[in-house]
Design a protein around this ligand. Structure first.
Ligand code: TEU
Length: 536
């Protein structure tokens, strides 16, 4: 029975691959990736077996936040190419069966965006109310206690001397927050969405989307908020109204355009509300798993929280292990293990095994997975020496350029004297796309095999998911669709775990994270940091 698979929207069936354009591939040899570079490697992504790309910002930008400070939403920054290069990329992607979603940054613009330049020109300017301005307190201090995302000691406000008011910025002072209470802002931003939909994009990843609504009173934040800058909360009802307007716009276009929102709240229950009642975001990132350590209990908690929050709404989950804002999961797991006393020899052995098992976990949970570029090579964060650090948020390590081959410039064709904007990740001489593609046992091939298994197994894509009781340090779940079932077992420990009690000895092993060609029936024992998928 294949009907449910065909009926489900593509974005529920898809595996997304996040491209960070500065670091993916460089066609013009300036040491920074570009759209033509991405286009030249689309066939590699089709070979890998992902379904869709999310491309981080490539719009005109002064690059104070590497593209998340947009000065023209409807043009390509010359660093990355031009609109024709974008159109060519989308056309080629579609020919290869790959969908393309792009980043949309609605919470803030660059301070060099013509709207802000005008807003700052005088209190009476046409665009003044497009941003959030407030008079100083009596003692001259900012209007409230909100702090900026990258420097928790600095206020989320910058005083603008010439006009004598503070303006709000959840991030850098070069990223003033838009005032969505001003109807002209909403309509101008909706026009930017239409612009790209008309050009044929399949949807958007919406940056800090929960920021587009803010409490008018701008109340002080409570003293402690877990893990995120206070003003990132912004959890107010008007945001949901705005999301419904955006959803209507998207749904009025043909072909199931999608919006996946970055709702940077650490509560899965709170994130769930941004799906509305199937009338707000199609998908929302759920970040607790992005910060979860490699521990079965923590993962069981994340899975349970997602089910409890999303299932009653009929909302479809998403899963993310890494992105351009945080240390890669392999690096995170290694660091946590080292802190917990794991010795170097054990750590080296376990590091790759953990990354492999995590890949199988990511790609077999119920929901839409997002693979961050380079995780399929098992990359670690780059060690970025102090004199090459560039990001105000300290996120350079996970943004290292993608090593395509083992040559000195790793396929980046940089002429003498030009270096890539960041150093390569460790071990790129051997850990690169070309070398791993030539090695059937590599993690790259494991990703490819797992993606192929997903495509061939509707139960893994849309099937129901049932957690099975399993020993400590392991997770076991069954995926089922129309009578087809498979079972996934994951060992989070560095030793063998006997799982015979699950009664699956002898079952056919469809996939094993450490073995390219598992033969014979399942032994009932999970190896160290091993994940397996069994038929039935
Ligand atoms: O990120 C939102 C966000 O809250 C994180 O940047 C977080 O504050 C940070 O990881 C803490 O280290 C989005 C984008 O993904 C990010 O790249 C941008 O810098 C940010 O918005 C501003 O646009």
């Amino acid at each position: 029975m294949t009907a449910p698979v065909d009926d489900a929207p593509w974005w529920q069936r898809a595996v997304f691959y996040q491209v960070y354009p500065r670091s993916f591939a460089d066609a013009d040899g300036d040491g920074v990736g570009d759209l033509a570079g991405i286009r030249a490697h689309l066939a590699d992504l089709a070979w890998l077996g992902v379904d869709a790309l999310w491309i981080s910002p490539f719009f005109r930008s002064p690059m104070a936040d590497f593209g998340y400070d947009v000065s023209d939403y409807c043009d390509v920054d010359p660093l990355f190419g031009d609109l024709a290069a974008f159109d060519a990329l989308v056309a080629d992607a579609h020919r290869l069966g790959l969908r393309v979603i792009i980043d949309w940054v609605p919470n803030h613009t660059s301070d060099r965006h013509p709207w802000f330049v005008d807003a700052a020109s005088s209190r009476d300017s046409a665009h003044r109310d497009w941003y959030v301005w407030r008079d100083p307190e009596q003692d001259g201090s900012p209007p409230n206690n909100w702090v900026a995302a990258f420097d928790l000691d600095a206020p989320a406000w910058t005083f603008h001397e010439p006009t004598g008011q503070w303006y709000l910025h959840m991030f850098e002072s070069a990223q003033p927050d838009l005032n969505w209470d001003e109807p002209a802002v909403e309509s101008a931003m909706l026009d930017t969405v239409r612009f790209w939909l008309d050009r044929g994009v399949d949807g958007f990843r919406a940056d800090v989307i929960h920021g587009i609504g803010k409490d008018h009173a701008l109340p002080d934040d409570p003293p402690e908020v877990e893990g995120i800058p206070h003003c990132a909360l912004n959890d107010v009802p008007v945001t949901h109204e705005r999301l419904r307007t955006i959803r209507t716009l998207l749904d009025d276009y043909p072909d199931d355009r999608v919006m996946v929102g970055e709702v940077f709240l650490m509560s899965t229950d709170a994130v769930a509300t941004y799906y509305g009642h199937d009338d707000e975001l199609h998908l929302a990132f759920n970040f607790p798993p992005l910060f979860a350590p490699w521990l079965a209990g923590r993962w069981a908690g994340c899975i349970d929280a997602a089910r409890r929050a999303l299932d009653p709404r009929g909302a479809w989950p998403t899963w993310v292990l890494s992105n351009h804002d945080n240390a890669r999961h392999r690096t995170r797991y290694d660091r946590a293990a080292a802190r917990a006393g794991e010795d170097t020899a054990t750590g080296t052995r376990r590091s790759e095994a953990r990354a492999r098992a995590a890949a199988v976990l990511l790609l077999t949970l119920r929901g839409t997975p997002f693979v961050y570029q380079g995780d399929e090579l098992g990359l670690l964060d780059a060690d970025v020496p102090e004199d090459r650090r560039v990001d105000p948020g300290g996120r350079d390590g996970c943004r290292a350029p993608y090593p395509w081959d083992g040559s000195p410039d790793h396929g980046w064709a940089t002429p003498d004297g030009v270096t890539t904007w960041l150093p390569f990740p460790p071990g790129a001489d051997s850990r690169n796309h070309e070398a791993l593609a030539a090695e059937p046992g590599s993690i790259l091939h494991l990703y490819r095999r797992t993606l192929a298994l997903r495509r061939a197994t509707p139960a893994l894509v849309l099937g129901a998911m049932e957690m099975l009781g399993s020993p400590d340090d392991t997770l076991a779940y069954r995926r089922e669709l129309a009578g087809d079932t498979c079972t996934v077992l994951v060992n989070f420990s560095g030793g063998d775990v006997d799982v015979t009690a699950l009664g699956r000895v002898g079952a056919e092993v469809l996939l094993a994270s450490d073995d390219p060609a598992p033969a014979g029936g399942w032994s009932g024992v999970l190896g160290p940091d091993q994940a397996v998928v069994l038929r039935g």
